[in-house]
Design a protein around this ligand. Structure first.
Ligand code: ADP
Ligand code: ADP
Ligand code: ZN
Length: 216
């Protein structure tokens, strides 16, 4: 099962990716998490990425394409993978399709979560992230068992710098301009599955499962 999760910032990609990992035992490949790890380690790539991420802009295509290409060749992707936050531009989608072709693989479904802008702003404002394991929570909609502490690994949760209101607005624009065209791209490829992301986390999880099962 080779999946892509599409949708604007705050749509629920990371949240649903974590469930897909459990339900299908395939790895989540989050370019956002990998870039944040590179920033934290202070690698040259991380230093380059940080400026873009802080302003809400995208990191250059060649950088993310390089990371994903390497990741897809690791053994744990043999049975499938969930791309979360990649591709985000048409050139990234083209590079992905080329890479998959070389690996003799394809995309089974590109799941697009649709959520209206007001809800996105509310979700990002209340999002809390684990800087250690990448798990995400929400103050109201998905609180951790113990306030401020990651239920999975016990680390202290943080508000991501780019989840502050001003950067959020930029990221929404970047999404509309650069990423939204991918909905048509994957519709034309015949793999687009649109899921109403306005429902509760559990309802969306069920809807995704049903959509994937009815497809195969
Ligand atoms: P993305 O990866 O698409 O940016 P996340 O999965 O991190 O989105 O979700 C953004 C925020 O919204 C998180 O705080 C998450 O807990 C919360 N969230 C995710 N899905 C839902 C939902 N269906 N209803 C309400 N809140 C949600
Ligand atoms: P969200 O889950 O809210 O959509 P991500 O964690 O996926 O956010 O991404 C955070 C930031 O990392 C983006 O604003 C962008 O700067 C960078 N980034 C992540 N994935 C990509 C990508 N595929 N291409 C370019 N930049 C990316
Ligand atoms: Zn954690």
């Amino acid at each position: 099962m080779n999946l892509i999760l599409l949708g604007p910032p705050g749509a629920g990609k990371g949240t649903q990716a974590q469930y897909l990992v459990e339900d299908y035992a395939i790895p989540q490949i989050s370019t956002g998490d990998m870039l944040r790890a590179a920033v934290k380690e202070g690698t040259p790539m991380g230093l380059k990425a940080k400026e873009c991420m802080d302003s809400g802009a995208l990191v250059p295509d060649d950088v993310v394409v390089g990371i994903v290409r390497e990741r897809l060749q690791q053994g744990d992707c043999a049975k499938g993978f969930i791309l979360d936050g990649f591709p985000r531009t048409v050139p990234q989608a083209d590079a992905l399709s080329e890479t998959l072709q070389q690996l003799d693989k394809g995309i089974d479904a590109a799941i697009a979560l649709t959520v209206d802008t007001e809800a996105l702003v509310d979700r990002l404002a209340g999002r809390r992230t684990c800087p250690v394991c990448g798990a995400t929570y929400h103050l109201k909609y998905d609180p951790p068992r113990e306030e401020g502490i990651c239920t999975k690994c016990g680390a202290k949760l943080v508000l991501r710098d780019d989840d502050k209101e001003e950067t959020v607005r930029n990221r929404m624009q970047v999404y509309a301009q650069q990423t939204q065209p991918l909905l048509d791209y994957y519709a034309q490829a015949g793999v687009l599955v649109e899921v109403d992301g306005m429902r509760s986390i559990d309802e969306v999880r069920t809807a995704i499962k049903e959509a994937l099962e009815s497809q195969s």
